[in-house]
Design a protein around this ligand. Sequence first.
Ligand SMILES: Nc1ncnc2c1ncn2[C@@H]1O[C@H](COP(=O)(O)OP(=O)(O)OP(=O)(O)O)[C@@H](O)[C@H]1O
Ligand SMILES: [Mg+2]
Length: 252
Amino acid sequence: MNPVLRTEGLRKAFGGIVVSDNVNLSIAAGEILGLIGPNGAGKTSLFNLISGVLRPDAGSIFLNGERIDSAPLYKRARMGIARTWQNMLLFRTMTVLDNLLVGPRDYPGESVMRLAFGRGALRVAEAAMRDRAMGILGRMGLEQTASSLVVDLPFGQQKLIGLARTLMNDGPLLLLDEPMAGVEGAAYETMQRVVRQEAEAGRAVCVVEHNVSFIRDLCSRAVFMANGKILQDGTVEELIASDILTELYFGV
Ligand SMILES: Nc1ncnc2c1ncn2[C@@H]1O[C@H](COP(=O)(O)OP(=O)(O)OP(=O)(O)O)[C@@H](O)[C@H]1O
Ligand SMILES: [Mg+2]
């Protein structure tokens, strides 16, 4: 079976800095892959290459076997690449619900697609998106925040809203860039549960995270990256036992 995501020989450099150096990565449906590495390793850049924010200098990217590396960002989102952003990028002075309604991949919105919808059909599509948004908030125990402004919510809930917006895109690949940074307590538990449910529903998930215990709890496989290169790809146990991680996190 094809993996959901596969990259082959992916390369990207900014001047002299190589952020992606012959990266070969694959993620299967239902898998949660951990992506670990020091600051500046190229983790976010890899997400940018996969989601279409950046174009690779060389190499290829396949989504369910289809080559996508020349498709623009919006098309890749429509094909079902959903991602969170390291710095969230929520509309802080909009309501939670309105933030979610900018997330889906097939929303008629203010596009030419609108013309293809009759007014009745549009109302039905909008109601379906609202239901979907409320369903996702409900799974997180956040339905009562729907009409709150994002700026008024505690940080952990804002991170969950970032995930909720990303989940409005129900495509096959989910890329999470440091979802746990600064999150603790109930929000931490919720984040873990929801990410696990998404994989159980059959999505391929990749999580960038410095929190090794989060990776250990969630992922069976993890990749370690530094200077744009994948240095290790194996089980989380192997990675935790290896010198690489000890050096990085305990300065040995
Ligand atoms: N658009 C860009 N132009 C130039 N350099 C960039 C650009 N984006 C990233 N870089 C550089 O590429 C390197 C890798 O950055 P990247 O953000 O991918 O690292 P990261 O692994 O996500 O780090 P962190 O853990 O801090 O988030 C860094 O040296 C960064 O400064
Ligand atoms: Mg990053």
